[in-house]
Ligand binder design. Sequence first.
Ligand code: HEM
Length: 493
Amino acid sequence: FTGQTGSKANPPGPPPHFFFGHTLQVPTTKTWKYFEKLFHAYGPIVKLSLAGDDIIVLSHPGDAEELLGRRSHNYSSRRPLMYAGKYQSRNQRLVLLPYGETLKRQRAAFHQMLQPRVVGAYEEIQATESLRLLSDILASPTRCAHHCRRFSASLVFTLSYGERLDDDGKDLAAVTTVLEGFIRDTYPGAHLVDTFPLLDYLPGFLAPWRAEAQRKHEFEVELYTRLASNVKTRQAKELGIECFAARLWDQQEKMEIGTEELAYIAGSAFEAGTDTTAGTLHWFLMAMVLYPATMRKAQAEIDTVFDADTIPVFTRMDDLPYCFALVKEIFRWSPAAPGGFPHYSDADDEYQGYRIRKGTMVIPCIWNMHHNEDEFPNSYVFEPERFMRKALSQDTPDLLTEGHYGFGFGRRKCPGQYLAAKTIWIAVVRLLWAFSIEAGKDSSGQIARVDPNNCTSGMTSKPEDFPIDIVPRSEMHADSIVMSRESARKPVS
Ligand code: HEM
């Protein structure tokens, strides 16, 4: 298909400005909502021109599977970024890597740690952290959103570095600073040099941004190297330390990774896994507030399997089909990365008679795919039943990661998907078992109006904080949490 683009048409799209293209039309916040309007106006494949870049927005999963999946040899790169990629990350941060050997090496390291066969090994971490989540919410229910964030961060931190996040939150604050800055720095148009790469030829005194990006690099390398080196020090004293960083140190030579790259790989897991997991849990809480009958139905199912004195465990996953469907529906109803992560094409291509030039950003818009009324009727309604019906009609094994598109496509698909899906399952089932979740009161003492459109904007999205009333379903449930937490804290004699 490549190299025959001469006579082909461009995909449809809104009329561009003769000089700025669509740069002034595309909103910088909640861009997926704009993509939704484009989908209704121009169809499932839309072309835009943004700050000099060709952009194709895909709204049908079939097109994304063809281009980003079957033609993944061409669509597995990321757009090169001078500021965040070359200077801030020194081309070592997985999420920004172009297609090539470094990407393959880093993805292989992730795969080893996070493939379906091995994620069972993390069930203990997931159980410990989700028990702490219940206990934190029991102690301070109004800080529920904070607890969900701490839960996600601590879980991925333990996976990466083999120890729980400090309660003083210093490491979490440092990584959050890195992550928030990084999200801002990768936004289209954030740095002029990413629109006009020739600016990189300017000498240092005319390009202060270069020194700024380098300072950020030094800060994050110091942080991630310190965290990874602590693991190495512990490995020298203790046998059997099991975590991402430990495995990377063991295989450093074989995989030919330098120390700085190793530190970035472990750090990437933490960066990519925290906000997405926390955001998904926030959406779950909002869904339960908005759909109380659904919550009660899931709780009735849980009550047939677990008494008030038995905290849910993974081994009974198959006995809770409605909860299974509910978790899938969370991923679908309001995906944590609604806009989708842009892939980037390495060669000219042609698809359905359209020309796709080399160097096009191809965005699989997850929001549009999840709100396609043909595949998901009443798509704005939270309705786990849709996945129950689907499960009955298919003969392949049902997975939490399938039936929706929340983890992306092709060779860049989320390497943490299996871990993330089980993390959400255990947290959701335990929260439903333990608590009744309702809307809280606003400042005027009225039951708060909760609106899914009131959400944050960026690479990931979660609801803006809303008042929530989360109370134990019974005293016995509360006692079970306290007792399980106490026995989990007791040192093993
Ligand atoms: C509910 C939680 C999560 C969601 C919804 C999610 C979603 C996504 C999505 C949509 C992508 C982009 C895929 C694409 O480019 O097509 C992605 C990439 C990525 N995710 Fe996740 N993710 C989650 C949790 C995690 C966790 C727990 C980890 C690691 C422990 C992780 C690691 C990564 C990494 C490293 C990438 C970049 C992959 C690359 O560029 O090749 N994610 N994720």
